[in-house]
Design a protein around this ligand. Structure first.
Ligand code: AMP
Length: 299
């Protein structure tokens, strides 16, 4: 069956409404195109959970600041179409700019709280308002039952979970694991910007994060473990924007010991290419928790 491309909301809704009338479950996979195996994994996961899959391809100008790579961002709709069709999508929604932001468009969705505080927001202060606005709009346009996002953009995933809960958007949000190159580098459309020498050094970011997560799980002091990871990333030639430990679910700052999962998140630049990554950190189950320590003082 050939997979269609629709470019406006009326055509999108005609397809989705038709599927819903037949009681089919519809999943949405938002992307900015330049698709790789990470995006394909989202489409495949959507295929496994839903009857119909809509992949969106839209390079969203609102999530780029002036001077960022909006103009240079790789675009190849024909290749993207072929890739998601092969992965099992039923429809590609590739709106043009006026379909998303018609003349006079004046609305923004901003998400507050710990999910959007610091990390990416400290370096790219407009970014999450742009993401939240476009994702809200895509969810309202497509009205899917399920929407899938990559854990590679962990903070983005938490911002989207927050906005869906806060606005009672009737959709299930599902995060999917990061797909990596064999050397550990998280797949990203921006990896195409890396020169050969930079590409060789790029996996150092993931290596430093996994080593730091292991140190933390073994009980290393948080400050020391983070400082040593930042040094390792810098030694590979990166300029580190941030490398921090947060509570995984809320992104609230992590305490010295924790009994819920934590997450190490980092962004760093190799030349002009900015890479982000994150890894889980196991609970410090072996560490004495604060109340146990208090108990041991009493006895
Ligand atoms: P983007 O096109 O970069 O905006 O990404 C579209 C979706 O694909 C987002 O939900 C990303 O988190 C997800 N994604 C990007 N890279 C990966 C990856 N390496 N593994 C899994 N998901 C990814």
């Amino acid at each position: 069956m050939s997979v269609g491309i629709v470019r406006d909301v009326r055509a999108l809704r005609a397809a989705v409404d038709g599927w819903h009338r037949e009681a089919q479950v519809v999943a949405l996979v938002p992307t900015m195109g330049a698709l790789h195996a990470g995006h394909v994994s989202l489409v495949q996961a959507a295929r496994a959970s839903a009857d119909r899959v809509v992949a969106t391809v839209f390079v969203n100008p609102k999530q780029f600041a002036p001077g960022e790579d909006f103009a240079a961002y790789p675009r190849d709709l024909a290749a993207d179409h072929a890739r998601v069709a092969a992965a099992g999508a039923d429809l590609v929604y590739a709106p043009d700019l006026p379909a998303m932001y018609p003349a006079g468009f004046s609305t923004a969705v901003t998400v507050g709280g710990p999910a959007s505080a610091g990390l990416e927001d400290a370096v790219r202060p407009h970014h999450f308002a742009g993401v939240a606005t476009v994702v809200t709009k895509l969810l309202l346009q497509a009205r899917p039952d399920l929407a899938l996002f990559g854990e590679k953009d962990w903070q983005q995933l938490k911002v989207i979970e927050r906005l869906v809960r806060d606005l009672d958007v009737d959709v299930a949000v599902e995060g999917r694991p990061t797909v990596r190159a064999p050397d550990g580098l998280a797949l990203s459309s921006r990896n195409a910007y890396l020169e050969a020498g930079q590409r060789e050094r790029a996996p150092a970011l993931y290596r430093a994060l996994t080593a730091c997560a292991a140190d933390l799980a073994r009980g290393a002091a948080t400050g020391d473990a983070l400082a040593s990871a930042r040094r390792a990333v810098a030694a590979a030639g990166f300029v580190v924007d941030y490398l921090e430990l947060r509570e995984a679910a809320t992104l609230a700052p992590s305490a010295e010991s924790w009994d819920t999962p934590a997450r190490l998140l980092a962004a760093a630049r190799l030349g002009t290419t900015r890479l982000i990554d994150n890894v889980p950190v196991a609970e410090r189950a072996a560490c004495p928790r604060a109340e146990n320590l208090r108990g041991s003082v009493r006895t």
